[in-house]
Design a protein around this ligand. Structure first.
Ligand code: ASP
Ligand code: MG
Length: 425
């Protein structure tokens, strides 16, 4: 039994869907579940739609919604020349669900509304793809992930109820895979009251890992537009290397520090069941990619993870007293309260410093509240680089023409918060 995950980039147009079908048809003898994201950048668009609705910008809502529909119907008409095909109606009916929602006054919480709107992207992509696979003679069945992935009602970041989820998947989904290729959604789940939740942005990898774990799959393959896990993002580095073998441990560390190739929550569920994770290129399905397994080998080369738009916050007790456990627990609870994630941190006798992603609204609220008790300084427009398996040479390489504001080292990992050096001074 295999689980495949295809992200938005792999199904951004009709050619992408055809390519997916070709990949799937290479596995005629396998039991197969395919987990798919929203097409192209549709989640971003639906996010915009939601925002406009919440802000009461009716015109904007209408324009974005029309663009979302047009985009999908273009793909549908490229794939299904016969306009009588039931997929046309099926997708139109799904859009009506958004119609109903946005015609109403806002009575629910923004996070709840977000999930009901944004989840449509995955529902529609999977409807189109399941219909296409069936159309070309593959026995595919559309499956509603909300019946299987059971979450609490923490909208936008649903917490999975593993017991219920495993039971549903084992009892209801597994038997279907004897006769069908299952096609289901990443990113979404359902509450016990049948409301839709989402699992956090880019959460489809995590969904695929949940399905793999609960099905006891032989492997999970994530099909990407890169040849595998690389030792740095090609956006920042000219020369990158593919990592052929990766341990679960290194994969978790890389994902945790922000390597965007795999969602950080993906590894744990498959590691617990010892299920190998293959990262492969959907552009070149025969090529080797990266195999993530319980192998104990270290990364063959140092790996670099860059984050830009960082804010370094330094927090000092107002009376020059020490930073002690009591202050720290106080400080952490404020970060937690404002949902601000810490990318790296360091404390000294009288200060505590953290680097976070820039989000002006959250930052302002957090600083305001911290300032009641502490003196707070902050610096924006910084970069954070994390080097796994660092040495001095790799540190020198990334800090050319930079001023280092903070450096944190553990045995295998070095994190540096830095700023472009002003070359004129
Ligand atoms: N479509 C969702 C997003 O873009 C989930 C995913 O792609 O993994 O965040
Ligand atoms: Mg996506």
């Amino acid at each position: 039994m295999l689980v495949f995950k295809f992200g938005g980039a792999s199904v951004k147009d009709a050619a992408g869907v055809i390519n997916l079908a070709q990949i799937v048809s290479r596995y005629p003898k396998e039991k197969l579940l395919i987990v798919i994201s929203a097409m192209g950048k549709m989640t971003n668009k639906l996010e915009e739609l939601c925002k406009a609705y919440l802000n009461g910008e009716e015109e904007q809502v209408y324009l974005i919604f029309e663009a979302v529909k047009a985009y999908h119907f273009q793909i549908i008409s490229d794939l299904f020349p016969n306009h009588q095909h039931p997929i046309y109606n099926d997708v139109a009916n799904t859009f009506v669900e958004i119609d109903w929602l946005i015609e109403e006054e806002i009575t629910d919480t923004p996070d709840y509304i977000y999930d009901q709107i944004v989840s449509i992207g995955e529902v529609i992509s999977t409807k189109i793809i399941a219909a296409y696979l069936s159309e070309i003679g593959l026995k595919a069945k559309w499956l509603d992930a909300r019946n299987f992935i059971q979450t609490d009602n923490n909208y936008r970041e649903g917490n999975v109820n593993w017991e219920k989820t495993e039971a549903e998947i084992q009892q209801e989904l597994l038997p279907l895979l004897d006769s069908f290729i299952g096609v289901t959604q990443g990113f979404i789940g359902g509450t016990s009251e049948n409301f839709t939740t989402t699992l956090g942005r880019e959460g489809s990898d995590y969904s695929a890992a949940i399905f793999s774990s609960c099905l006891n799959a032989d492997s999970l393959t994530i099909w990407k537009d890169v040849p595998g896990v690389l030792n740095a993002d090609p956006k920042w580095f000219d020369e990158t290397e593919r990592i052929p073998q990766l341990s679960y441990h290194d994969a978790i560390e890389l994902a945790y520090y922000g390597a965007t190739v795999i969602h950080p929550k993906t590894i744990k569920p498959i590691q617990n069941k010892n299920i190998p994770l293959f990262v492969r290129s959907f552009l070149n399905p025969d090529a080797e990619g990266t195999d993530i397994t319980n192998a104990e080998n270290h990364l063959p080369v140092p790996s670099f993870i860059f984050k830009v738009k960082q804010v370094l916050i330094s927090i000092f007790p107002k009376d020059f007293s020490f930073i002690i456990e009591e202050n720290l627990s106080d400080i952490f609870s404020l970060f937690h309260k404002h949902k601000v994630k810490i990318n790296t941190m360091l404390n000294s006798a009288i200060s505590f410093s953290v680097s976070i992603d820039e989000d002006p609204q959250k930052l302002q609220n957090l600083i305001e509240e911290l300032s009641v008790q502490y003196r707070v300084k902050y610096n924006t427009g910084l970069e954070l680089v994390t080097i796994r398996y660092y040495n001095q040479e790799t540190i020198d390489r990334v800090t050319v023409n930079k001023n280092i504001l903070l450096e944190v080292k553990s045995r295998h990992t070095c994190q540096i918060v830095m700023k472009d050096r002003d070359l004129n001074t």
